[in-house]
Design a protein around this ligand. Structure first.
Ligand SMILES: Nc1ncnc2c1ncn2[C@@H]1O[C@H](COP(=O)(O)OP(=O)(O)OP(=O)(O)O)[C@@H](O)[C@H]1O
Length: 595
């Protein structure tokens, strides 16, 4: 259920930026809107009065009426412009919150981002912000302003009307209060059942994204995924439609009752007028116009309030998003690390829910040392490096950096000193240089970008592109953007690692897409370029790692061997088995080629 707290929270949020301009514009709009409402009510009566009892000669009376009409018309135009200005503020408000929104998510713990609950909370907060003035927190703001502005107009009209007959105000107010009470029934239903819709909508948005994403097109076609995706999508879409139909039944019933109350009310008012004492023609005209204006304004207020109520469900979602996850660094002002000189894991274990993924892992690494990690699929290699990078905190044991607990250093400074190449790293649809430097174009050191491209063997290829390092990758933002092969992508990601010049370099399957020659060159280059740093390599191709002085063997989340290639062959049966299996494969390949 929505609350007053959600509403004040959203209005304070809206007022945070450019407050003075917003308040001034709103106040002017209220005054102009009230003046226009007063004009609408009094103008017809004024015309009748001027015609019946002219103060000026014929033509002048017509000119005066025209001049007053023009003033009213001007007020109307001004009011519309002022309202547009305020709507623009609400529109901008969304964009003000995009950086806040993403900034918060990226300061969450990785486990919160990965969880089903976290994903649903993000989806709902996204829905609350991005709908603009139609739905969500933008609609709360727009409709609140609308309700206040219209209330001031109602007061103005009521003052004019009250001057003639105060009872009429009470009748109109009573009709509209009953209609508002009915509207609240529909709102209460919406608030009560929004949670059910949230869940279905969150699942459905995954399938919508899958079906709409260009990059899914290839798989959808080649594996004929459409029936599968479509079936899931249809089940969820049916769920949403069924929910919507239930909601429509409620709103239709409430709408019908409101019309009945309104009709009876107007009928009653007419009877009241007929029963009342004789009044002048001007007074009757003022009554009738004021009735119409008040009815219309009360309807606006009622609808605006009902929209505020309905959309406060989104506000509640947005607030639970803000409070959902603990930020990564709850203690501000942690010391920044200048250089990572050593990393140590002591008896580290890690579990997600009831599944333990790592058991009692200990290792130590210092500047100038490298470590190769091997093991079958699902052994826990990537999970281990995610812990080392700080994406997940260990559930038991300690990680220390330069002899201090990892959590004693500021997260941002640690991130600055670590470079990682993951298997699923993304290339942005920006220029090649931006993808390597990962900073805004003005801050890119282009000579350094060229040197890194030269190191990884891509400079020649890049220089022959139409825009060199300024060529876009992918064609999301530029029709001339290029696509890279799997191997080129890996080379570029390695150039990104080298450009960063970090102390701890982690390369997860960096050569999976490279041909054997390129793979050999990669390891020679990496060993030379990163020889003073800390490096962790993960690879399934044991042949490329035999020269590494420390190889760590993992199986089922545990370390089962540590040593050089020769030591492991002698001491670790599992490593021997992996090595023999690969040797046999290569030998079989060689034989096939010879045949
Ligand atoms: N967030 C998570 N929640 C639950 N299980 C997870 C999570 N991340 C990884 N796992 C599981 O942990 C195990 C280890 O995964 P990990 O990616 O670390 O393996 P890996 O050794 O890197 O495998 P590969 O060589 O295939 O890349 C797998 O069984 C995986 O399903």
């Amino acid at each position: 259920m929505h609350s007053y707290g959600d509403w004040t929270y959203i209005m304070r949020l809206f007022g945070k930026q450019r407050r003075a301009a917003k308040i001034l514009l709103f106040l002017i709009d209220c005054v102009v809107g009230a003046a226009y409402a007063g004009f609408v009510v009094s103008f017809p009566a004024l015309v009748v009065h001027l015609i019946q009892q002219p103060i000026l000669p014929g033509l002048s009376t017509v000119l005066v009426i025209l001049a007053i009409a023009l003033v009213g018309y001007g007020l109307n135009i001004l009011d519309t412009h002022l309202q547009d200005g305020l709507t623009q503020f609400t529109f901008d408000f969304r964009f003000d919150y995009i950086p806040v929104f993403s900034g918060l998510i990226f300061n969450w713990r990785q486990a919160d981002i990965d969880s089903v609950q976290g994903k649903a909370v993000i989806d709902q907060a996204y829905e609350a912000i991005y709908n603009g003035g139609n739905d969500g927190i933008g609609a709360v703001v727009d409709n609140t302003l609308q309700a206040v502005r219209t209330s001031i107009q109602v007061i103005t009209v009521a003052l004019v009307l009250g001057y003639f007959n105060p009872w009429l105000i009470l009748i109109v107010a009573a009709i509209n209060l009953v209609e508002y009470a009915l509207q609240r029934i529909a709102n209460a239903w919406f608030a009560k059942h929004k949670q059910e819709e949230n869940q279905i909508a969150s699942y459905q948005s995954y399938f919508t994204r899958m079906l709409m994403k260009r990059s899914s097109g290839k798989d959808i076609r080649l594996f004929n995924l459409f029936p599968l995706l479509h079936q899931h999508f249809t089940v969820l879409a049916d769920g949403i439609v069924a929910w919507q139909q239930r909601y429509t039944r409620v709103t239709t019933l409430v709408g019908g009752l409101q019309v009945a109350v309104n009709a009876l009310g107007i009928l009653g008012t007419l009877l009241f007028l007929i029963q009342s004492q004789t009044v002048s023609i001007e007074n009757i005209i003022v009554f009738i116009t004021a009735m119409q204006v008040l009815n219309a304004r009360f309807t606006t207020i009622r609808q605006a309030l009902s929209e505020v109520g309905r959309n406060l469900s989104y506000a509640a979602n947005f607030r639970s998003f803000l409070g959902y996850a603990q930020p990564l660094e709850p203690t501000p002002n942690l010391p920044a690390i200048d250089q990572i000189q050593s990393v140590r894991l002591q008896d580290v274990s890690f579990a997600v829910g009831s599944a333990t993924l790592l058991y009692h892992v200990s290792l130590a690494l210092a500047a100038g040392q490298s470590l190769a990690i091997v093991g079958e699929n699902g052994a826990g290699k990537t999970t281990l490096i995610k812990l080392i990078c700080g994406l997940y905190p260990p559930t038991a044991g300690n990680i220390t950096i330069n002899g201090q607990p990892r959590t004693a250093w500021s997260t941002a400074s640690l991130r600055d000193r670590i470079a990682v190449e993951f298997q699923d790293d993304i290339l942005l649809h920006f220029t090649i240089a931006e993808n390597i430097a990962l900073v805004v174009p003005e801050k890119i050191d282009y000579d350094r970008v060229d040197r890194m491209l030269q190191e990884v063997g891509m400079l020649d290829f890049v220089q022959h592109l139409s825009h060199g390092v300024r060529t876009m990758i992918g064609n999301e933002l530029d029709p001339d953007g290029i696509s890279l092969s799997g191997g080129q992508k890996e080379e570029l990601l390695f150039a990104r690692v080298l450009y960063k010049d970090a102390d701890l370099n982690i390369l997860d399957e960096p050569t999976a897409a490279l041909d054997p020659l390129a793979e050999k060159q990669f390891y020679a280059l990496a060993s030379a370029k990163l020889k003073d740093k800390m490096v962790i390599f993960i690879s399934h191709r044991l042949g490329s790692l035999t020269v590494q002085s420390q190889i760590m063997v993992m199986k089922d989340g545990r370390i089962i061997g540590l040593g050089s290639h020769a030591e492991l062959l002698a001491s670790c049966a599992y490593y021997r088995q992996l090595w023999e299996a690969q040797k046999t494969l290569y030998a079989a390949g060689d034989q096939n080629e010879e045949n």
